[in-house]
Each structure stands twice: as structure tokens, then as C-alpha cells.
Design a protein around this ligand. Structure first.
Ligand SMILES: [Zn+2]
Length: 317
């Protein structure tokens, strides 16, 4: 609330113990404009650089053409839409105004974590005879190659088809003091589900994207939360690049408390590169050139993140 101002100044309302702020006040505090696109249903905040669209009752918003998941649904009162102050603080501000976040972290050494391995095959496509563990290792190796060309030092949690327990993965990143941790996965669900999504750790006290009710985990402290503002920005940039490359649906920049995101000391994200359970997407994932384009997009997302860190470092007094 330090950045936004007091609850009274912002005409905040309390919805079941959560503070909500009207879109008009958020726009003013951001130095932006706002407009009502559909009365009582949709409002937008915009400037020359940003466009944010909020829909009533929804937890997903559009931020410059990328789907971003909030922790709390947008609400309407008296014709105005309201967004929770913790979503403004934890999710929107880190993307739109990263300079109000903490001191930018260094970014030299990147740890990439190819999901699954060895006895743990991950998701399987029977139609194409492929395992998630092999696709994640291939995509991770390609991301590593692109990042090395960009000048980063890159390590992988595994270079071969070997099994690793989940806690070993962030532990490897912590051990070498890596500056960023990125876990690569392939999704599976019903045959019609498709698209790409990028996760960062859910902030304490909020629901993960795929949960609608609070759980015990929502109240626990995880070390990874210290990096929330950078986790959020990293996830957004990766998703923004990936959804363009994937020619598939944008499932958004999401939140989850995955084991590999909980305890790393550095900013972290987990990417789901498409659904192996969807035959059209599995066919694409079997193509080396498609996997390469996904890898390039993910590396470009990290490059964008590094450019922002550099810009913020240069702005320091
Ligand atoms: Zn997986």
C-alpha cells in the first residue's frame, strides 16, 4: 500500500477481508487513463506503453496481449470494477513498474531443469510413442545453447536420462548460487486441452491459479516468495514470447506452489510447453524445428528479463 496510497484515498472496499481498489484509482496512481468498454463488465487501463483489460468476476486479465492470472476475482460495485490491492502489489506492479520492486538481482548463471527423467517418464503420448522426459531434455538443451550464445553461463540439473527427486533440482541451483532457475515440462490432460503456460510461485495468502479455495499451503511461508516481484516479471516475459512462438492458445502467466519453485534462493519459473495428450500439439512437439522455436522463444523471454534488470541497475542513483 506504500506505493498506492491509503485505503481511504483510494476509495478501497473490503470484500470478505480483502481490500479492493477501483480501476479508476489504479489508473490515476499508475499515471494512466481508463475507460469502460462494457458497462459493469469490462474496464481498461492504458497508456502509450500499456493496456490492461479487466473483466468482472474473472481472475485472468489481459496485459499487453498476454493473459495474466490474478489471485482474486475482479468485482463490481456501483458500476465500477475493483481489483484486489494484493493483486496490484504482487502481480500487476512487478510487471508494469518493476522499478518499485527490490534491488535488481544479478543474472549471469542460469540453471535449467529438464522435468522428469530416468524411471520417471513424465507424461506419455501413446499415439506418437514419446515421453515428456525426452522432450524436456531436448528443449532444455536448446534453450541452454541459445542462452550461451547470448553470453550467459548455463547449467542443467540433468544432462542425461537420469532420475532426480524434486527437491534435488532447486538444491542444485542453490548449491552453485545460480541467478535464475527454470524448469521445463510438457503438459497432459484431456484430448482437447491445448496451449502453453508459465508458472511462478503463488504469493502467500492467495490461491494458486488452478485452485478456487484456500488450502493449508496458502498460509505457509516459502523461501521462493522473497523473489516474488522477479518471479512474476520473469514468468510474464517468458509467456509473452512463448505464446507467439507456440501458435497455440495462451493459457497465461499462472501461479502454483510446485515443489521445484518453493525453495530456490533465486528467481524461478516453470514452463509447460504444450499438451502431449493433444494429438495436434504432440505432433508439433515431435518436430525438432518446433521444439527449437519454443526454446528460442523461452531464451528470448529470459533475454528481455535481463535487459530490464540492466535498465533498472543503470537507473540506480
Ligand atoms: Zn512434467
Amino acid at each position: 500500500m506504500l506505493f498506492l496510497g491509503s485505503a481511504a484515498e483510494l476509495a478501497a472496499i473490503d470484500v470478505k477481508g480483502v481490500y479492493y481498489i477501483p480501476v479508476s484509482k489504479i489508473a490515476r496512481r499508475f499515471g494512466m487513463k481508463y475507460k469502460t468498454t462494457i458497462p459493469k463488465k469490462r474496464q481498461q487501463i492504458y497508456s502509450s506503453n500499456f493496456s490492461m483489460t479487466f473483466d468482472v468476476h474473472r481472475r485472468d486479465m489481459d496485459l499487453n496481449g498476454v493473459k495474466v492470472w490474478l489471485g482474486d476475482p475482479v468485482v463490481e460495485m456501483g458500476g465500477l470494477l475493483y481489483v484486489s490491492s494484493r493483486d496490484i502489489e504482487k502481480t500487476i506492479t512487478p510487471i508494469v513498474f518493476p522499478k518499485v520492486s527490490n534491488v535488481p538481482p544479478p543474472l549471469r548463471h542460469i540453471m535449467i531443469d529438464p522435468g522428469h527423467g530416468g524411471k520417471d517418464k513424465g507424461a506419455i503420448s501413446k499415439t506418437f510413442g514419446v515421453f515428456e522426459k525426452n522432450l524436456t531434455l531436448d528443449i532444455s538443451s536448446r534453450i541452454a545453447a541459445y542462452l550461451r550464445k547470448m553470453g550467459f553461463k548455463v547449467s542443467l540439473t540433468r544432462y542425461k536420462d537420469v532420475f532426480l527427486e524434486l527437491p534435488e533440482r532447486p538444491a542444485k541451483a542453490n548449491k552453485v548460487n545460480a541467478d535464475l532457475f527454470l524448469s521445463i515440462h510438457i503438459n497432459a490432460a484431456g484430448p482437447s486441452a491445448s496451449g502453453v503456460e508459465t508458472y511462478s510461485l503463488t504469493p502467500k495468502g492467495q490461491n494458486s491459479t488452478n485452485a478456487s479455495t484456500m488450502s493449508v499451503k496458502d498460509k505457509r511461508n516459502f523461501n521462493g516468495e522473497i523473489q516474488n516481484s522477479w518471479n512474476t516479471l520473469l514468468s510474464y516475459y517468458i509467456q509473452s514470447e512463448l505464446k507467439e512462438a507456440a501458435s497455440s492458445s495462451d493459457r497465461g502467466s499462472k501461479r502454483a506452489r510446485f515443489a521445484v519453485l518453493q525453495d530456490g534462493k533465486m528467481p524461478a519459473a516453470l514452463v509447460e510447453c504444450g499438451f502431449i495428450s493433444n494429438n495436434a500439439e504432440a505432433r508439433k512437439l515431435c518436430s525438432a524445428s518446433y521444439r527449437d522455436s519454443l526454446a528460442k522463444a523461452i531464451a528470448n523471454g529470459i533475454f528481455r528479463y535481463s535487459k530490464t534488470l540492466k535498465r533498472l541497475n543503470n537507473q540506480k542513483p
